[in-house]
Design a binder for this molecule. Sequence first.
Ligand code: AMP
Ligand code: MG
Length: 482
Amino acid sequence: MQQFPNPLLALNYLPAFAGLGEDYFDQVVAAKFPQHILRFRNDDLLPILGLPPAGVTDADFIEAFGKFQGLQPFLAMRYHGYQFGEYNSALGDGRGFLYGQVRGLDGELYDFGTKGSGTTPYSRGGDGRLTLKGGVREVIASETLHRMGVRTSRCLSLVETGESLWRGDEPSPTRSSVMIRFSRSHIRFGTFERLHYLGRKDLIRKLLDHVLEFYYPHLFNPEANERDRQIAYSQFYAELVQRVATLTAQWVAAGFCHAVLNTDNMSITGESFDYGPFAFINTYDLRFTAAYFDYSGRYCYGNQPAICHWNLEMLQRPLKAVIAIAEMEAALANFAAQFQAAYYQQMLYKLGFATPPSPDSEALVQQTLQLLQLTQTSYPGFFADLTQQFSPAWRDESERILNLADFARTDEQITCLKQWRQQYHHCLLETSPEQLDAMATTLHCYNPQVVPIRPYIEAVWEPIVQEDNWEPFYELLRQVKE
Ligand code: AMP
Ligand code: MG
């Protein structure tokens, strides 16, 4: 066996996806880049891989995740997908590949997936590259979502690669990068959709068994008879519906608009990933649309639950080869209620309540949304202020609740704020003393003081462009994590 001094190359790579065989991927090679500058390394992730951060040098990162020396082969994953409602059979990893898979100390199987590592058979005339700004934005999105408790992929590294790229949506030429995404699988809804398109029921079933084995192990039993397998498949779909409903609720509560919820950007593990033109909302606006090319607002902030429901419905087409359609329809019928329950729970967390304080605490969520809608005050700012100003003494005196708030100006807004205070106070009265003490922690857990709305991202990008100053970017990441 080959010995690597580089701990990233010496990891115990597990060829799980590779084990499925050539029907699911193409072997590819990485591009050679003129330059390699490590701009971000995610030391928080190394312990999950059993690596002490101090034992991994920047040069190790560059060798493994910039120069791509050591491991082979790399797999460009094959998939199709519905993009803006239209089926596209010309997709697949066009600028990335599966670098390798490693089981974390937490027992989960993680993908190292590249983005920007060069062309593949699926590049469709594209350059296979990732802009540096695109890489910076994905790092910010995933670190923020993770901080807010959203089940998301993370970035393991970002290396600037010294090329000039031309893009319609960035001042060009613009700088290039290659990123390693750390995720629970890059198998997408679209991976199944492609197999349906090809009429390969056998490959759908094989892929489904793989998904169960590695990502839903509690449902996997290789010894099971046919009837028990069918039950497990149905349970898988029902669990996926629940996971996606929860994820969607987490996005909406976090004030996050993914922007491109095509079925090729939906993970079969229900994890959030692939951040392009995403945005965190500034003010509460259900119609807010993040992608400039989303002319109809299909993927607007408030439409995310409906779109995820639609995506799950489309997934029934390939899965009906192996799962009874009636069972899937019954599971999907629960989506709206599951989303609502998860959304209320997430919003109550953001309001500081780890458990619902009273049977009518949903009314507090409604009142909060009404206040945010009516005043158009900063969505992240409202929760950051609540977190900073919260005091258990609010229980004794309702007038003190968020008494520094200056966003209610009109009579209607002032009335709404008063009603909100009453609701909040009512919930505090229903809260036990122990819970009251825990509220500051809950508030802090779900509400960072800084949420990177677009102007903040632009403000850290500008010094990078102007003077190659990366300090504001690192500072933003520190603040988000606080
Ligand atoms: P995305 O919008 O990043 O989810 O990508 C959608 C599809 O376009 C995927 O098949 C990508 O691999 C492909 N793609 C996006 N950008 C590029 C590029 N610069 N070069 C080649 N393929 C790309
Ligand atoms: Mg994608």
